[in-house]
Design a protein. Structure first.
Lengths: 137, 112
């Protein structure tokens, strides 16, 4: 976005910079958690890393063992490496959602009603898709 | 763009291959703006799809974990490089990539 030399222009630039740092922090957190989870999984399932089991066999059960938040939290608290990976992935998915939410605040600060409306619409759609995702399962 | 979204959710591709040409050719945006905007759009739309896949138990951490880690590292390096390469080369790279991906899809679809 093009901002002017005015004090509020610089303020907006700093806010946009803050949002981008938060996004990057989110991705770095997610990457760290996922790598930790992969390491933990390698330790907990040595058969996966020394070639005695194939990917197809591991996935043969069809549905992933993690499909709700309670599954993931219970798994993480129990130290399950796969659950930790899943948690990292959920953090990653949450990053753009957070970015959209923060953008609403930024556009509201700039008194840009059209984009506040558009961005709120996007956020509502995102949250709806999370809620409605279970339909028919 | 609407088609891009439907294709993305249905096939699981980012559909950047549809959005970038749309922005570059039809809207005449600078190519770097197109690729960066397309990337951001994919992040948001992928988040929506991911929520649905997760609820249906379609995300297997065995595969998704290493893929996500690799993509995060690669994407960081790639977007850093974006600032330093001339737009001319980015367009060429994109065309080459499109060709490879189309050929691959064709082969998978026809010669299963």
């Amino acid at each position: 976005m093009i901002t002017g030399e005015s004090a509020s222009g610089r303020r907006v630039q700093r806010l946009e910079l803050a949002i981008s740092y938060l996004l990057r922090a989110g991705v770095i957190c997610s990457l760290a958690v996922v790598l930790i989870g992969i390491a933990a999984s390698a330790v907990q399932h040595p058969a996966w890393t020394n070639g005695t089991v194939t990917i197809r066999q591991v996935l043969s059960s069809g549905r992933s063992p993690f499909s709700t938040w309670s599954d993931v939290v219970a798994g993480v608290l129990g130290g399950n490496g796969q659950a930790i990976v899943m948690f990292g992935l959920l953090v990653l998915v949450g990053t753009p959602v957070m970015r959209v939410a923060l953008s609403i605040g930024l556009f509201a600060y700039q008194k840009d009603r059209v984009f506040v409306a558009i961005t709120t619409f996007v956020l509502v759609l995102l949250l709806l898709s999370f809620v409605l995702g279970r339909a028919g399962v | 763009m609407y088609i891009a979204g439907i294709v993305s959710g249905l096939l699981g591709i980012g559909s950047g291959a549809l959005k970038v040409p749309a922005m570059d050719l039809a809207m005449r945006l600078p190519i770097k703006v197109s690729t960066a905007s397309s990337n951001f759009m994919m992040g948001v739309t992928a988040a929506a799809s991911a929520g649905v896949y997760f609820a249906r138990g379609d995300i297997h951490p065995v595969i998704a974990g290493p893929v996500a880690a690799g993509v995060m590292i690669g994407a960081t390096l790639g977007s850093r490089a974006l600032g330093r390469i001339q737009s001319h080369w980015i367009r060429i790279a994109f065309v080459v990539l499109l060709l490879i991906v189309s050929l691959q899809m064709l082969m998978h679809g026809v010669w299963q």
